[in-house]
Design a protein around this ligand. Sequence first.
Ligand code: AKG
Ligand code: FE2
Length: 260
Amino acid sequence: MINLSKIKFFFDTKGYVIIENYLNSDLFLKCTKKIHSEVNSEYSNNLSQIKKLGGYLTGNLDLIPSEDMSTIWNEIKKNNFKEVFKKLLDEELENYKVTFRGNISLPNKGSQFYHTDGPIKSRKILIGIAISDVNKIDGPTVIIPGSHKKQIKFWKFYLTKFFKKKDDIILKKGDIFIRESHIWHKGSKNKSNKLRTQLLFVLTKKDNNFKDEKKVFNKQVKFGENMFGTSFKEKMREFVSVYFSSIYFILRFIISIFKR
Ligand SMILES: O=C(O)CCC(=O)C(=O)O
Ligand SMILES: [Fe+2]
């Protein structure tokens, strides 16, 4: 039994929570096995295309979903997720729309700068699913607990970051990891020789124009760009961020001082 009050307290204080062994059905295991093998075969068969994607130099790429993600979403919902969501947010799950995504961190790469995935005012809830265990060497997501409580600029965040506690999100297959999108976090370096794949369900509040359209999926999962685009300008930006990271950092630091 999940202790809902305990996870609610954790979520409110830290801005994230892990619910252990939430998914363990045969259907979940079957889908994750399939996604796992598709990600691996895509990486070995299509590496030349993957190398062209924005995010490849950093080593953290987007996962473009297949229908299996929809099956996994149904498994989550079957497991009383409505109640968990209501407890955490005091809102109805039906009032949120879901987008399927994921993050693939490449072997010996994947280290990002700390960032948020959006401003506090456009609150989104992200549900990450480990499709295999994620230990310290596999490039876990790193979270700054409590940093969801107020909006803070890049320069201010980095000035105080060294004093802050960092939580590595270590996961076992089937754990779910729920977080606020505006919390400070990053993908850390994947020091293993395997791809680290995390599925992501992004929940956004439905607006008045919301229409429930049928989703069209790829036959199997694919890699997509992440954080950086694929244009020449974006490639240059990513190149500087990876190979001249201090220059990139200083520029971002200065720009953020003047940004409203
Ligand atoms: O892969 C991860 O652990 C985090 C990735 C991430 O935060 C992002 O791409 O925005
Ligand atoms: Fe992020």
